[in-house]
Design a protein around this ligand. Sequence first.
Ligand SMILES: Cc1cc2nc3c(=O)[nH]c(=O)nc-3n(C[C@H](O)[C@H](O)[C@H](O)COP(=O)(O)OP(=O)(O)OC[C@H]3O[C@@H](n4cnc5c(N)ncnc54)[C@H](O)[C@@H]3O)c2cc1C
Length: 543
Amino acid sequence: MEFDYIIVGAGSAGCVLADCLGRNGRARILVIEAGGSDARFWIKVPVGYGFTFSDPRVNWRYSAEPDAGLNGRKGYWPRGRVIGGSGSINAMAWVRGLAHDFDDWESAGAAGWNWQTARAVYDRLESHSERGPDGKVRIRGTGPMRVSDLGAQMHPFSSHFLEAARELDWPLTDDMNGTTPEGLSRYRSTVRNGIRCSPADAFLRPALKRGNVKVLKHALVERLLIQDGHATGVQYRVGDQVMTAHASGEVIVSAGSVNSPQLLQLSGIGPSGLLRSHGIAVERGLEQVGKGLQDHLAITHHFAASEPTLNNRLGHWRGQLMAGLQYVLTRKGPLSVPVNQIGGFIRSDATCTAPDMQVFCNPVSHSTQPSGKPLMERDPGFILSVQPCRPASRGEIAIASGDPHDAPLIRPNSLSDAMDCAAAVRAGRLLRLLASAPTIRRVTRAPKGPDISTMNDAEMLENFRAYAATVFHPCGTCRMGRDASDSVLDARLRVHGVQRLRVVDASSFPNITSGNINAPTMMLAMRAADLILDDARSMAHNT
Ligand SMILES: Cc1cc2nc3c(=O)[nH]c(=O)nc-3n(C[C@H](O)[C@H](O)[C@H](O)COP(=O)(O)OP(=O)(O)OC[C@H]3O[C@@H](n4cnc5c(N)ncnc54)[C@H](O)[C@@H]3O)c2cc1C
């Protein structure tokens, strides 16, 4: 078990790394994944998101600690535990983020990371499936990640959301990933020919064909092996068997924003006090490991509709049968489109220097079953949801014990920064404005749950505390920065003070980006591979 690179985690970042590091066909790469195969119907079918949302066979199903800012509620935190990671169970929205998000990475000490660099990497990462004015579908770009405009398959009700934006004088844009990201548009999705295009489909599968990449499934990495300040390999468990694997090059931790800091801490890299309190010998005291947790919270309101929505088709067995048949025969129809259909970046206030809210409008409503699984309602309904883009509050991830099988503690610390409370109120106001647009009023039978139309600012904040929930974008828990006082990684994603060890995943973000974070995570991993290969070349040159 001797490799050049060992990658912990076959998620969004890990799959990109496995492919990009192994393209020369020579580097021997081991990818170790705690979960199993992604060959599952509900992973492949775009609307299957609701089924994997709480399925323990593919999901870590974490629970956050009671969150004071959210009235002491404990948030449910799904994370992918399967080949493809969270990229195999996510809602498939592809959102690059806004230019200033990446310029802020550079300002935070991640030299070389800025919008110009990020944009160039996105261009290599993506290929776009778009419908031209003649109605024909064209592919633009040659990157492995397929990003599709599924407008033709979206529910007709979705057009009301765009009409409402026009009535409110909100900007409209053709594509929030294009040159004019501000405004409402159709979400672009990681779907290829009606099937989810996960990081595993786009990157890991092609990599495996080359023969120099090996994947271990159902293997939990319990700790990193560190010798004289160098990472030399990993200890992992498959069932009852504990084994080791060694890397002559580097160990790259891509276990995601919850598990990467957990693994570092279990391996003696983290806040010294925390490690000692759990009887873990300190290899490298690094106070910022697990700190700096950021996440997006969204406030969501459901409305009963006076016109048919997706509920009319998918909330009834007859409609489900028809949609299933259509999907099996043509790969089209309601099962081929994720539920996030319309949305985008909007300024909640004319004084904002950049869009500060992300909007989601879905032509469907659902309730949550006791198991946590969303259940599509039978009567027509729709959802409006608004998410402050750049929260300032910081939480943390901390091991609960020295046992790698114990879930770490997730402390989101939501709304602990006053700026986030103000943003929560603006999010509520924006949602109310959208709900009051003439077209939305016309298709609304009644609000379900609290009526936002009559709330004052204090009630709006209380409503956010009572109902806002994570939209599953934790990041920043092993972030890049200047030095060990403010971060875990340098700008080349190397762990401060430990040789041959990097963390490459959403935990490496210096700050959260304005939108969904799968695209930025994969972009980060693609550039990380460039940096790792550059460093290997320089080292070979110098020896
Ligand atoms: C329900 C849900 C919906 C989402 N919707 C969207 C969306 O629509 N658009 C978007 O842009 N983003 C979305 N996201 C977020 C996005 O998918 C994630 O941020 C992104 O996939 C994170 O990538 P990652 O590489 O950091 O971690 P992950 O993709 O989570 O990968 C980490 C991998 O490491 C494995 N692992 C962890 N610990 C160990 C260990 N000790 N040993 C071995 N393996 C280990 C895990 O099993 C996992 O496979 C969503 C996330 C979720 C959970």
